[in-house]
Design a protein around this ligand. Structure first.
Ligand code: ASP
Length: 257
């Protein structure tokens, strides 16, 4: 919430109504070993808007990892050149490995099916702004999470972040093979929240204050087919009108399928 206050102050800078050069001379190292549009460009644009510079590599092909260099060595070498690293990598836990190898700040921009913390922070920021317009609080909210909850890292991070609030109800709607990992459900339930799992979109969305949908993470499925992910799974206006409230907030981290 402290970060959100700073984000509010920085809105005019993002819109170029104000100029800030607090990062003049600073260099961000941006290492994206997996596909990205929003996360990669938004980190880079934010750093540039504050007067800093960005050095980046994208994909394995254009880094020395293609020559077999380890995460440890890559991280050590990069930290000689840049002041902070933002890293996306297909393996869960890999960004923590980058961080362990260096003393500079390392930001997780997505570690495979693990976590996507910056997305969760901006989702919460968006939600709080929307709720303050609607006169609602995050405490006590009913959040429906829909789609690939097994491999979807954005929902993992958002689920954990929202669990820091009080008395939420979560309905988790996923095809049978793509359910939320049980250790996350246990963690959130231990924090005193109600967590219900259902394969039915209609039941899961009924009465929700927030619907957070995610795509099937096909790049993690290695050819497996997803049973039960039928067109009935799509979030259509008719269903939202029938089972949600007029002020239900619909969210998606994109890309949508
Ligand atoms: N852009 C998000 C991510 O990188 C969501 C997605 O790809 O489905 O995790």
């Amino acid at each position: 919430e402290d970060l959100f206050q700073v984000a509010d102050l920085m809105q005019p800078i993002a819109r170029r109504q104000k100029v800030s050069r607090v990062l003049v001379g600073a260099v961000l190292g941006s290492l994206f070993f997996e596909a990205s549009t929003r996360t990669r460009v938004s980190f880079g644009a934010a750093f540039c808007r504050l007067g800093g510079s960005v050095c980046d590599t994208t994909g394995f092909t254009f880094s020395s990892m293609a020559k077999g260099e380890s995460i440890y060595d890559t991280s050590r070498v990069m930290s000689g050149y840049v002041d902070a690293l933002v890293v996306r990598h297909p393996e869960q836990g890999s960004v923590a490995e980058f961080a362990r190898a260096t003393h500079i700040p390392v930001i997780n921009a997505g570690d495979g099916p693990g976590e996507h913390p910056s997305q969760a922070i901006l989702d919460l920021y968006t939600l709080q702004r929307e709720f303050s317009r609607l006169g609602k609080l995050v405490d006590g909210t009913h959040v429906a999470m829909v789609g690939d909850l097994k491999y979807g890292r954005t929902v993992h991070s958002l689920f954990r972040l929202l669990a820091l609030y009080r008395g939420l109800k979560f309905t988790l709607v996923a095809p049978p093979s793509l359910e939320m990992p049980s250790h996350l459900i246990e963690l959130v339930a231990r924090n005193g929240h109600v967590v219900e799992v259902t394969p039915s979109l209609e039941n899961g969305l009924r009465g929700a204050d927030v619907v957070y949908a995610t795509r099937i993470q096909t790049e993690r499925l290695a050819g497996e087919t997803v049973e039960g992910y039928t067109p009935e799974f799509q979030i259509r206006k008719a269903l939202v009108d029938a089972v949600c409230k007029p002020d239900t907030v619909l969210m998606h981290p994109l890309p949508r399928d």
